[in-house]
Design a protein around this ligand. Structure first.
Ligand code: ASP
Length: 333
């Protein structure tokens, strides 16, 4: 009898210690979090994006595609679909638009070619897939997903990546499909600043799973075969149900060296920071100080979002199960 009482007191003490530690992990002024049923956040690239540099027609064209992308992800998530499907299908809309530097609107290398990078990551099991330097697959994000799901590897590049994607039934296009006048003009005028337009998406589904994906043509006039941060897990793309999902855009060489996406996750995991504080610390603190320009979108396991950037503007938008959502372009929005 006595033994039983002692045992139950002991077990209660263990339970109390456990729960008080969990509470202690939370910042004192931070309210208890309520998980949204689902949430979605997108970006279409950061850079020198100001009202003065955009015509009203361009402004509304960008907003139209951003809204269309959000609608695509929303319909998947609101019907109980998976975060990983939502990020892939949402990115297809932006990859198929000539406005963004991904898929159809990819920028040119110094050799006059289009070489695309993409990555996707599933926060539920840290499974990830990426492709680098592909030239003839219509939707690079789907090639990344095929690498994740159908190969034993995380990243494939160049010809091997293309052959693999074609073998998986993905649509192959002639490299001339990626030619657009405005991108070619950017190359010949060596315009390296301006509306670059990498695309990215993070999503949380009803099951509580996070996913992230990024797709890009890289940087205008980049040396051929250069690989940026987008396909590098932990640099331009990362997702972990325990912390957050992140997709980046900006000067890739900095995002690689500062392992930006994983750094945000690590500040949450080990530093117990909120998503907002972690994202701000990295983008407007560490990265800005180092001279790295760009921004990120991120989402935590409750569906909270962060969209910090240290450039003049960033194409971005969000939507969630609470019925809120909007798209933004400029810094003052
Ligand atoms: N981060 C991309 C890269 O460096 C470019 C961009 O996001 O604008 O390849």
């Amino acid at each position: 009898m006595n033994k039983l009482i002692i045992k139950s007191i002991f077990l209660s003490l263990i339970a109390m210690t456990f729960f008080s530690c969990k509470e202690g992990d939370r910042k004192q002024d931070e309210p208890a979090q309520i998980k949204k049923d689902w949430a979605l956040v997108i970006h279409g690239g950061a850079g020198v994006i100001t009202r003065e540099l955009m015509t009203p027609e361009q402004d509304s064209a960008y907003r139209r595609v951003l809204n269309e992308a959000l609608e695509t992800g929303k319909s998947i998530l609101s019907e109980g679909g998976r975060a990983i499907d939502a990020v892939e299908k949402t990115i297809h809309i932006m990859e198929n638009s000539p406005l963004f530097n991904a898929g159809k609107g990819a920028v040119f290398t110094s050799k006059g070619t289009n070489e695309m990078d993409a990555a996707i990551m599933d926060g539920s099991d840290l499974n990830a897939g990426a492709v680098a330097g592909i030239t003839d697959i219509k939707n690079p994000v789907s090639a990344a997903r095929a690498v994740m799901e159908k190969s034993v590897h995380v990243m494939l590049s160049g010809q091997g990546a293309s052959e693999f994607a074609i073998g998986q039934g993905l649509e192959q296009v002639d490299p001339s499909y990626f030619y657009t006048d405005h991108r070619y003009r950017q190359l010949t005028e060596a315009i390296n600043r301006g509306k670059n337009g990498t695309v990215g998406c993070c999503a949380l589904d009803r099951e509580g799973n996070l996913a992230a994906a990024t797709s890009t043509g890289g940087m205008t006039n980049k040396k051929y075969n250069r690989i940026g941060d987008a396909p590098i897990i932990g640099a331009g793309t990362y997702a972990n149900n325990a912390t957050c999902a992140v997709s980046a855009t900006g000067h890739g060489e900095y995002f690689i060296r500062w392992t930006v996406a994983h750094d945000i996750s690590a500040l949450m995991e080990y530093g117990h920071m909120s998503l907002k504080d972690a994202a701000e610390t990295v983008i407007n603190g560490k990265l800005l100080k180092a001279g790295g320009t760009g921004g990120i979108i991120a989402m935590d396991k409750y569906g909270n979002i962060a969209m910090p950037f240290n450039t003049e503007g960033m194409f971005r938008g969000f939507a969630d199960s609470e019925g809120t959502g909007a798209v933004f372009i400029y810094k003052d929005e």
